[in-house]
Write a protein that binds this ligand. Structure first.
Ligand SMILES: Cc1cc2nc3c(=O)[nH]c(=O)nc-3n(C[C@H](O)[C@H](O)[C@H](O)COP(=O)(O)O)c2cc1C
Length: 212
């Protein structure tokens, strides 16, 4: 099985990037058979979405095409990102805008007249760092990236297996948080390999878990 992990902070070796490394080590500990690739999203140039590139990467976007091909052939997708102004960094937002060409089926509609999500083969997980304390994020969970990311990927038809938020701005050197990331990585690998389905209540009532 293949897992693509995207490190989306421009600050390498800081919070979300280090949390992702520990999540990956947990996945590797659970299974040697998982093929895991870590990609820094900023290394992949992606033009802004526009009507002309709605059907896929442009001819001079080979790195982006390579990435979308990999995700189309993957079983898992892990996104690690900081919180920037209640959202995600611009290049991650743009990446998510650009992948609708394979994430949505505009020829088929749901009962809400929305295009059908096509990522039903993909299990996703989100690792999010922020400067807002976890207790405040818990109350305002709908205004933070774990909630938004989950909403978009549910719309895209993917399974959302969980998310982890920390408001500790020195998470990269906090062994307790990094151990939790490691454990979550192991659990994600287990769910991936055992093809665990996302439970219906999780789809409806959901709050991202936090660590301080
Ligand atoms: C441009 C910018 C905007 C930010 N906006 C928020 C925000 O809206 N909410 C928040 O909790 N933290 C915000 N932060 C803080 C970062 O999310 C926080 O420092 C995080 O730990 C950085 O993660 P990283 O080390 O993985 O890049 C912001 C930081 C920057 C640089």
């Amino acid at each position: 099985m293949k897992v693509i992990t995207l490190s989306c902070s421009p600050s390498r070796k800081r919070n979300s990037d280090t949390m992702l490394d520990n999540f990956i080590s947990g996945m590797r500990e659970y299974s040697k058979d998982l093929e895991i690739e870590k990609i820094y999203l900023e290394d992949v140039p992606i033009k802004l979405y526009r009507f002309e590139n709605r059907l896929g990467p442009e001819s001079n976007e080979s790195a982006f095409r390579n990435l979308t091909d990999k995700i189309m052939g993957a079983d898992g997708l892990v996104i690690a990102t900081p919180t920037y102004n209640f959202g995600v960094p611009a290049h991650l937002k743009n990446f998510i805008d650009r992948i609708r060409f394979f994430a949505l089926d505009f020829d088929n509609q749901t009962i809400l007249n929305q295009p059908k999500g096509m990522l039903d083969y993909l299990k996703t997980y989100y690792i999010v760092s922020g400067g807002t304390p976890s207790w405040a994020q818990k109350i305002l969970f709908f205004a933070f990236p774990p909630f938004w990311l989950r909403s978009v990927f549910l719309y895209y038809g993917a399974d959302c297996m969980g998310a982890l938020y920390t408001g500790n701005v020195r998470a990269f050197e906090n062994q307790r948080i990094l151990n939790i990331c490691h454990k979550r990585g192991k659990k994600f690998a287990k769910h991936l390999i055992n093809k665990k389905q996302q439970a219906l209540p999780e789809r409806i009532f959901w709050r991202p878990p936090q660590v301080d």
